[in-house]
Design a protein around this ligand. Sequence first.
Ligand code: KG4
Ligand code: ZN
Length: 357
Amino acid sequence: MTVVLGIETSCDETGVGIVADGILLGDALATSMDEHARFGGVVPEIAARAHLHAITPMVDHALHQAGIGFADIGAVAATAGPGLATAVQVGLAAGKAYALSLGVPLYGVHHLAGHAAVDVLEHGPLPARCVALIVSGGHTSLLLIGDLARDPVVHLGDTVDDAAGEAFDKVARLLGLPYPGGPVIDRIARDGDPNAIRFPRPMTGPQDPPYRFSFSGLKTAVARHVEQHTGPLPVADVAASFQEAVADTLTRKALAACRDHQVDTLLLVGGVAANSRVRALAEQRCANAGIHLRVPSPRLCTDNGAMIAAVGDLLVRADVPPDRLDLSPDPSAVLRGALLGGPGDGRQATGASGTFV
Ligand code: KG4
Ligand code: ZN
């Protein structure tokens, strides 16, 4: 059994996780969210500096929680992209340093593969085939996933403009709510009427691409509504109606993808999968359609270290050759597979621990 240390630093969370054989042994999370709030969004240089301060304490914390020491670590996995360039750089450099000093292999993994892999820690191995809806602050994608460690990921459709989480963050800003907007809108929407305003369900017409998303028009529709409204704005109703439009659009398309591809499992992951209405509507629609829904606990939906350790664990157990220690980060890496370049990208080391060249 190999114990994998996972490091996540793609945005404003410094996450460390320790996983072996599909079991989460320990994890620790630090966030620089408060430092960004006054700017209304993440400032990359502030995030990178915060990662630098937090990374070693978080590793120590996770090891302590797992009740193990450095000598027990058998492999290191670190996010190599996508994400904020300087932020990814810090975590990947730390991952290389730990791998080199411990003499263990390094895996530079794709952040979005982590969002999908984390579900294994709570709900066991993934089925042979599933549809995954990854909804985060930077991405919104409908995917066909097979063996995450070995098979290429098939993109059924992605967003053509804003990601779902980005829409939550921008709409929150419009409503005068703090960053990050998703959790705040989720909370405020509980007191609102989701049918108060009929916001558009973007790209759901009969002629529209069935699995692609677009959220910038919805954001504009909310902006128009706010501009044109006279009197005190019913913020809870706007939040609930916006959230309903997002939840309806996401789940409608995800269910269609499962049906069209004869897949009986939907994996709902990423920060927006923490949203209570998205979860409830997905549960209801999957139950009606006889589709098995897998969603991680909210704390594992948003960025964390366990998700990266979970990918590393899948790669180790699948005997996938590790990366070389001169691996470069790719801030805009497209998801092709668990490793940054996707399966068989010819970039991996042949030896166990890789070497600098
Ligand atoms: O996956 P994640 O932690 O980071 C990225 O990889 O981007 O996702 C962060 C996004 C943010 O846009 C945040 O507003 C959104 O997920 N989010 C939520 C909720 N919690 C986080 N959106 C809606 N409802 C939530 N409860
Ligand atoms: Zn993420």
